[in-house]
Design a protein around this ligand. Sequence first.
Ligand code: SF4
Length: 414
Amino acid sequence: MSGAVSQRACVYCGARVVLNPITDAFHIVHGPIGCASYTWDIRGSLSSGDELYRNSFSTDMKETDIVFGGEKKLSAAIDEVMAVHAPKVIFIYSTCIVGVIGDDVAAVCQAAEKKYGNRVISVKAPGFAGHKAIGYKMACDAILSLIQPFYKADAPKKGVNLLGDYNLAGEFWLVKNYLEEIGVHVITGITGDSSYKSLCAAPSAGLNLVQCAGSSHYLANLMEQDMDIPWIKVSFYGVEDTSTSLIRIAQALLDPEMELKARALIERETTRVAPRMAQVRKNLAGKKAAIYVGGGFKAISLIRQFNELGMETVVVGTQTGKKDDYEVIGNLVSEGTVILDDTNPAELEHFMKDKGADILVGGVKERPLAYKLGIAFCDHNHERKHPLAGFDGVINFAEEINSSLNSPIWKYMG
Ligand code: SF4
């Protein structure tokens, strides 16, 4: 993973996470080839249309470019892209070395926009400028720059955008189906399964739904300030949060009929998943979970999901959780649960051992830690290939926790 030498991934990585799922955009990584190794297959965001985003393009800067500057090489790369693909939007990511030598990427982008009449957006993301969360902001600024020209103050507002969902394993489609069933028109994901065209329609939304607050809270605020679009936080992980999110959306849209439809959907789906949940719950009673994820809202949903499974959360931490998230977490867990903010592997190891956690839920960096400690692991990050959102995700999650925790392998660990 880009910048993985640090505790957090780098700024460029954060920006790429948010922008990469735009399926028909061109992503040029201006820097040495290594940064470009961060590609689609690390994330697994799915597309219903274009597949261009699954490629990775780099200016492949060499020593001479570092000494004499890389602007000409970047311009030549844009010319080549326009000649072959002519995309409506190109994102240019400045990486560490570009930040050091000071190529004027913004000027190259401006010149290219003038020449071709398309959007060529500079994403100033040298890895050393901070960490992943700074990259999220850079990406949000880039999205705002893309969509702002399409905002019309007097146009009617209708439909919703789903922010901070990256369509991992098709999760955006699951949620979109629920929303459409209850009568909510989904304009676009930002940025799961999005396209240039769908993003340009985003300013016409009447409401923004924010799934991953860590990456998208900033954009939701910008869209509220600049385009007068209110937003609410939602989560589609677990029965409880999926259900309350659907009802809250209907209520936020002030539509009683929609709320009735949401309640009917919840009733049907809850009944459908209940028998399997009851079976799995028997195998998991009394087991202890540790959670370490990016955002506070996801951690909250996971605690509720473990409660639904009859398990106790003994350690819970996040990278970007806010004060109000921690207040909710504090109210959800039992006395004695360890709550960690932006921790490191040594602390996580210490508290998991101390509390006797049986399973860790986390991302790519936590997996080796769990396995080294000889405990089960559930990947709740971007590498997984099955959806964990919505009611289908409830079953997938329960089955994964069950098969991982009750695998015979743990008997052979020393
Ligand atoms: S931008 Fe910098 S920290 Fe990030 S992958 Fe490239 S060289 Fe590494």
